[in-house]
Design a protein around this ligand. Structure first.
Ligand SMILES: *Cc1c(COP(=O)(O)O)cnc(C)c1O
Length: 480
């Protein structure tokens, strides 16, 4: 069994084994004709259930053969241009290379004595990101597992900086389109459910700053503490960007921590043409970025950035066996002092390789391309009488729904759209997402693949209309 340990004696086996895995994935990618096979949980579950984990296959080739059946054949492939579902991106090759390296070396970024150069690389990327945001000379941050964790950590800092023990008095303001991790964080931080105030959005799904001002005023009048305002720079559903300068103004006026959730919109930081859409982000106290959304990085790759690095001390605990207090005096860079995690992947390496090979403009151009595609897709939808489209995109999502020509009930239109989404997924020809707008069922394209074309968009719209029409036709037959 020692032959499976990666070391000097097994370097050749490592090379062969990983190369074989790469070959399998490469041929899978080359032969994949649609984003999904349409397999159902009922079809796939028996194959996984039949695997006896206590009877190993002994060699990698056999395990890869099995993996073809239980995973690779039916996986959902984000690299396919007709995957238009959630906020998942096709990944860039330099980042995948970084992933292979970081897994094999297996540094852990909690302490210097488990990572050395890895720590310095992560710190340099944090500085690069805070520089692009414009957070100033005292800024700092740390890589995290994702936007959810970044938001949680930012709100932990905000709670500690609010300097009150009366958690029931704290209030967090975020728009009705903000990510649910804001509410989840509030709960984890011991705040009551009413602590998160949902601020209405305008017709472009941007937080209404007038409504925010009114809520802040009410909060003050009630003797409550405005702990944080969470501005979203790229809402998950609409890609809408809250008015950051106005929010920054209000945060300063009411003494609230300003957090910008740029999990999705962070790609603009590298955009050669659209960086101005984030103007005002430089006034944030903390920022969430998900490189695994708009920097074309493999999951996971995210960071939380703060204006004042000293605030990260709220996450600092010392352990004699890991990061004793003396390491502070000795100025040993231990990233665990800034993180909610302890053992932590060297995800930063993926972004490092990406920037070293492609450069920031290279990544930003890819994000620009999908934003351009969304603008073109909006034109297509707006001109198509079969569809109702909401919100002209700032980033790369399109939210729309099929509207039949024949008069039907709103509930029936909802069902037709939901059916179309499910039928499309079952066919595997394309994957789209869904959401509700004002209580009604809508469909969503999240465009993060620069290989997707306007032709793909029109083709998928035809498929959706076909499924919706078929559903309505069949129901008409049933009804008569
Ligand atoms: C995706 C997303 C998150 C959560 O990020 P994860 O990486 O999925 O944990 C938070 N906020 C917004 C706006 C998002 O789009």
């Amino acid at each position: 069994m020692r032959s499976h340990l990666l070391n000097d004696a097994t370097a050749e086996q490592y090379r062969r084994s990983v190369t074989e895995g790469v070959e399998r994935v490469a041929s899978r990618l080359a032969s994949t004709r649609q984003p999904f096979t349409g397999v159902t949980p009922d079809e796939l579950a028996p194959l996984v259930a039949a695997v006896d984990l206590d009877t190993p296959l002994g060699d990698a080739s056999a395990a890869l053969d099995e993996l073809e059946q239980v995973y690779l054949r039916d996986a959902v492939y984000f690299h396919h241009p007709r995957y238009l579902g959630h906020l998942n991106c096709p990944v860039v090759i330099p980042a995948v290379l970084g992933e292979a390296v970081l897994s094999a070396v297996n540094s852990s970024l909690d302490t210097w004595d488990q990572s050395a150069g890895g720590t310095l690389i992560e710190r340099k990327l944090i500085d690069w990101t805070t520089g692009r945001i414009g957070l100033g000379p005292a800024a700092d941050g740390v890589f995290t597992s994702g936007g959810t964790q970044s938001n949680l950590q930012a709100l932990l800092l905000a709670r500690e900086e609010a300097k009150t023990d009366d958690l029931a008095k704290l209030r967090i303001f975020s728009s009705e389109c903000s990510h649910f991790s804001v509410q989840k964080s509030a709960k984890l931080l011991g705040l009551p459910p009413q602590s998160v105030i949902s601020v209405p959005t305008d017709r472009d799904k941007r937080m209404q700053s007038v409504a925010l001002a009114a809520e802040l005023e009410l909060c003050a009048a009630q003797g409550l503490t405005p702990m944080a305002i969470v501005a979203t720079a790229g809402t998950t559903d609409f890609g809408s960007i809250d008015p950051l300068p106005e929010i920054a103004e209000l945060a300063a006026q009411y003494g609230a921590w300003m957090h910008v959730d740029a999990a999705y919109g962070c790609g603009l930081l590298a955009s050669p043409t659209r960086r101005h859409l984030l103007d005002g982000i430089e006034r944030a106290d903390s920022v969430t970025v998900d490189y695994h959304k708009s920097f074309f990085q493999p999951v996971s790759s995210s960071a939380v950035l703060v204006r004042d690095g000293a605030t990260l001390r709220h996450a600092t605990y010392h352990a004699d066996y890991l990061n004793p207090r003396r390491t502070l005096e000795e100025r040993i860079p231990n990233q665990v002092d800034k993180s909610l995690q302890t053992t932590r992947r060297f995800d930063a390496l993926k972004l490092w390789m990406t920037l070293r090979v492609m450069g920031a403009d290279g990544v930003g151009q890819l994000f620009d391309e999908v934003c351009d595609l969304a603008a073109a897709g909006w034109d297509v939808l707006a001109a198509d009488p079969r569809y109702d489209v909401v919100v002209q995109p700032s980033l790369s999502t399109l939210v729309f729904r099929y509207i039949p020509t024949a008069v039907t009930s709103p509930a029936e239109i909802d069902r037709a759209n939901l059916h179309a989404r499910k039928a499309l997924f079952a066919s595997g020809e394309a994957v789209v997402a869904g959401t509700k707008v004002d209580g009604r069922q809508y469909l969503k394209f999240t465009l993060l693949n620069p290989e997707t074309t306007v032709h793909d968009i029109t083709a998928v719209l035809d498929l959706i209309a076909g499924h919706a029409e078929q559903y309505l036709g069949e129901n008409l037959v049933h009804a008569s």
